[in-house]
Design a protein around this ligand. Structure first.
Ligand SMILES: Nc1ncnc2c1ncn2[C@@H]1O[C@H](COP(=O)(O)OP(=O)(O)O)[C@@H](O)[C@H]1O
Ligand SMILES: [Mg+2]
Length: 298
């Protein structure tokens, strides 16, 4: 049997998750190609087209696992989505698929999918109109404002001060300049019990969950300093339905319970980390992903 060739697409190949996943894949005798997005080259001439990284022709991979896209600027984003789409056409299995990554990276589209799947979603307005955004804030104060393509909790803000309500146009204008770049997501504030839940879904199964507690403010993301702790609330059905709704193979679903314990789905993440959730989980997540990737690559 030939060895599987798996590409690990990450802008941070020295991170703990890439390191542990690489180790787990090596133990399964997989050939690993580390693909740093900005080091990938596409070479084209009249009769020839090649996508390579450090001399390796990436169309020879069985699978490319996207750990992070690492692109905030539109140029790099289109380049990376383009090359992953091209590799799909060349027969490489991309995980998550390009179309599902695109859905999840766009909060307005993932919300549409969550709603179609009949999942509970907090009341949300997505708009480019500062007038309409300001009206939503007035009618739903206090409420949450977030950027349309954000992740890691960046730019997620609770508008709760009377001062900010009085100066809502300035508030929205500055948020747009910093984070939203012209589009606003406004959302009903789910007053929770002080934590939210992250569920890691692999191939339609929940493999791990955790509760995340913020260090202050509403944002609980581990990247923003949130702390993981074990979770006992069963969110399996919601998490699996959410993952399926965006056709994600490996995703992180964010769910927040309200004061009555009713769960609300906030979002589905295309490139979830697992360093935090591993701290409160017995299952070895890197090994679990590695085994699944190898099964997919034969
Ligand atoms: N509507 C909301 N009500 C209460 N808390 C929220 C709401 N939206 C987001 N949060 C908090 O902010 C965090 C980040 O928001 P999220 O929508 O998941 O964006 P990101 O993509 O940046 O993670 C959530 O995990 C949650 O803790
Ligand atoms: Mg989130």
């Amino acid at each position: 049997m030939t060895r599987s060739r798996i590409g690990l697409f990450s802008s941070d190949p020295w991170s703990k998750r890439v390191e542990t996943l690489s180790q787990a894949l090596s133990n399964l005798a997989v050939e690993i190609i580390h693909v740093i997005p900005w080091k990938v080259a596409r070479v084209g001439s009249t009769k020839h087209h090649l996508i390579h990284s450090g001399g390796v022709d990436l169309s020879t991979l069985d699978t490319m696992f996207v750990l992070d896209l690492g692109a905030n600027d539109i140029g790099a984003f289109f380049n990376r989505i383009g090359l992953l789409s091209a590799l799909t056409e060349m027969g490489v299995r991309i995980i998550n698929s390009v179309s599902s990554i695109l859905l999840m990276r766009n909060k307005s589209e993932s919300m549409r999918k969550l709603i179609s799947a009949k999942l509970p979603v907090p009341k949300t307005l997505i708009t480019e109109s500062i007038d309409d955004a300001a009206r939503f804030v007035r009618e739903n104060f206090p409420c949450v404002l977030k950027p349309i393509t954000g992740f890691g909790g960046l730019g997620v803000q609770l508008i709760e001060r009377d001062f900010d309500l009085e100066h809502v146009y300035d508030y929205l204008k500055f948020h747009s300049q910093m984070f939203g770049k012209g589009a606003y997501i406004l959302q009903e504030y789910v007053r929770g019990p002080g934590f939210d839940i992250r569920a890691l879904v692999l191939d339609s199964e929940v493999i791990a969950t955790m509760q995340r507690v913020s260090t202050g403010g509403i944002v609980t993301n581990i990247h923003a300093g949130g702390t993981p702790r074990p979770n006992t609330v069963d969110v399996s059905d919601l998490a699996i339905t959410a993952a399926k709704s965006v056709k994600g193979s490996f995703v992180g679903v964010d769910i927040i319970p309200d004061e009555d314990g009713n769960p609300w789905v906030l979002e589905v993440n295309a490139t979830p980390g697992w360093t935090g959730i591993q701290k409160v989980t017995n299952l070895n997540i890197s090994e679990c992903i590695a085994e699944w990737l190898v099964d997919q690559s034969v």
